[in-house]
Ligand binder design. Structure first.
Ligand code: AHR
Length: 553
């Protein structure tokens, strides 16, 4: 039997997202998701247009500070998929590309500037077929495997636990490991945690020492499986809830390392899954079991809402621009509804909603491997990042981590590489501009936005979030989704006085403006000064299709 026929049958039969022969199969939608998805997948009769909102009004309640915006909302995701790891992060010590212990220096330098707080690895769907012991020890002795989800390529395990931890250290990110529930054993998961975090004279800790690492690493975040409703095992909520309990029991806290345990969420708007997991957590706590600390949500933005024809990353018209944001804004409803269920079982909000995969997902670039999910990244993606991060900031009481998919060369990437060439993307710049919100205090706001209308459909044109940092400075991120019109936003600051204001803007003349290896600086932030201090705050004019970050002192 050749390898292709060996893997093709299970992939099709389980309808998993990973694609052997290309990205033509749709990501499955559960009946629940189809019934409850806030944006219909197929065209549906539209309600009559509501009257256009004609004026903006932003009130920032600086006198009513909210939750801390966890820096982890600005987290990233790196999977063994396409050229995220191999070529993007890892080139090997013998590469002519400048590297430190095999890890690209240019990529590390760029990532340090956006202060990546936390990095999820090794997947994704890949995590539930990854066997960590294959990725330790002398590289030439490491067994290979087939990456059945992503292009069917041979994975030689050159990048394993030690290399990932080294990368996290080089960029200053906390590791967030995703464990294998789907095809791995409880013992395997237990031993991985011992290998990474135990300082005892024990078999796994000694194996780590033999492999050159004396001290245990800190592993603050650990996920028990990924998308267990789909590529992670096609489980029901009830079956997964029991499996979570069982695996999680053996994820041990060795002295000096306290693990934040994340349970897999259901598919997008599968609220039943959330109910089951949250309820079982309450029951588990009553019996003294090991609880979960976080609960994950994945949601991707497709311009068309159709997994078979997602749309091009660069070649799109205003209709697709509009639809992209209509889909991106669905995130707010998903977070709100999952949070409401979590509130029922966890009113003190001890459990975090962990949006550990999100971003824009397009058709792959023509001529690239369909299983590698390589896509360009334009100003549109910057706006997707801007509005989504605003949503997370505004839900900082519940959203404790988010991980954009993915860091390099895959989906909505921060960085694109081609051998020795590298460029950062417009999305990268939004993460860079938004570093001001890391661990700052959310300032709640009331925002009334004018509509951005296209055809007979409307969405709010403006999105915003605000925070106060430890030095007392207020930062406001504002996005204007309208690609044709600048928008004036008067802002009332309650409980604070605007003195000095400065700003930065990310915009470009074209909706699909992007950076290339030959023109890496085409889209990048510029100084912004279209604002004026007023008696009760300030007034600013946002350019069409822009992300603006203001600093108010
Ligand atoms: O990010 C790509 C894939 O999307 C991940 O592997 C999977 O978890 C998700 O469905």
């Amino acid at each position: 039997m050749n390898i292709k026929s060996f893997v093709a049958i299970p992939i099709v039969s389980v309808l998993c997202l990973g694609l052997w022969a290309g990205c033509s199969s749709p990501k499955p939608k559960s009946p629940v998701a189809q019934a409850q998805s806030p944006v219909p997948l197929q065209a549906q009769p539209q309600p009559p247009p509501s009257p256009l909102v004609k004026t903006n009004r932003l009130v920032i309640h600086a006198d009513q500070p909210g939750a801390e915006i966890s820096r982890n909302i600005y987290g990233q995701f790196s999977e063994h998929l396409g050229h995220c790891i191999y070529g993007g992060i890892w080139v090997g010590e013998d590469s002519p590309i400048p590297n430190t212990r095999g890890i690209r220096n240019d990529v590390v330098a760029a990532l340090k500037k956006i202060q990546v707080p936390v990095l999820r690895w090794p997947g994704g769907c890949f995590a539930d077929e990854y066997h960590w012991m294959d990725g330790i020890g002398t590289p030439t002795n490491r067994p290979s495997m087939i990456n059945t989800h992503w292009g069917g390529v041979t994975e030689n395990n050159a990048f394993g636990t030690h290399e990932f931890m080294d990368f996290c250290g080089q960029i200053g990110a906390a590791p967030y490991i995703c464990g294998n529930v789907g095809s791995g054993t409880v013992q395997e998961m237990m031993e991985w945690v011992e290998y990474m975090t135990s300082d005892a004279d024990s078999p796994m800790a000694n194996l780590r020492r033999q492999n050159g690492r004396e001290q245990p690493w800190k592993v603050p975040y650990f996920a028990v499986g990924n998308e267990s409703w789909g590529c992670g095992g096609n489980m029901t909520a009830e079956f997964y809830a029991d499996n979570f309990s069982r695996y999680n029991t053996f994820v041990k806290n060795y002295p000096g390392n306290n693990i934040y345990r994340v349970a897999s969420g259901g598919l997008e708007s599968d609220y039943h899954w959330t109910e089951v997991l949250m309820k079982q957590n309450v029951d588990r706590l009553k019996h003294g079991g090991q609880a979960m600390n976080g609960f994950s949500l994945h949601y991707y933005t497709l311009p068309t809402g159709n997994w078979s024809h997602k749309g091009s990353a660069t070649d799109f018209d205003e209709a697709e621009w509009f639809n992209t944001f209509q889909h991106a804004l669905v995130m707010d409803g998903l977070v709100t509804k999952h949070s409401a269920i979590m509130d029922k079982y966890d009113p003190q909000k001890k459990i975090g909603l962990i949006v550990d995969e999100w971003g824009a997902w397009y058709d792959v670039e023509p001529g690239t491997n369909p299983g590698f999910l390589y896509q360009q990244n334009t100003l549109r993606d910057a706006l997707v990042a801007g509005v989504t991060l605003n949503i997370f900031n505004n839900h900082a009481d519940r959203v404790k981590m988010a991980n954009i998919a993915q860091m390099i060369n895959v989906l909505q990437a921060m960085i694109l590489t081609d051998n020795e060439k590298m460029t950062v993307t417009p999305s990268y710049w939004v993460f860079e501009m938004d570093t001001v919100h890391h661990d700052a205090t959310l300032l709640p706001m009331d925002l009334q936005s004018v509509d951005y209308a296209f055809g007979d459909k409307t969405i709010p044109a403006v999105s915003a979030s605000a925070s106060r940092d430890q030095a007392g400075k207020i930062h406001v991120t504002l996005c204007n989704l309208n690609p044709n019109q600048s928008i004036e936003v008067p802002c009332e600051l309650q409980g604070a006085k605007a003195g000095k204001i400065s700003g930065r803007v990310l915009t470009a003349p074209e909706m699909n403006a992007h950076n290339t290896f030959d023109r890496p600086d085409h889209v990048k932030p510029a100084e912004f000064n279209t604002f004026k201090v007023t008696d009760d705050g300030f007034i600013t004019t946002l350019p069409a299709k822009s992300v603006v970050v203001l600093e108010v002192e």
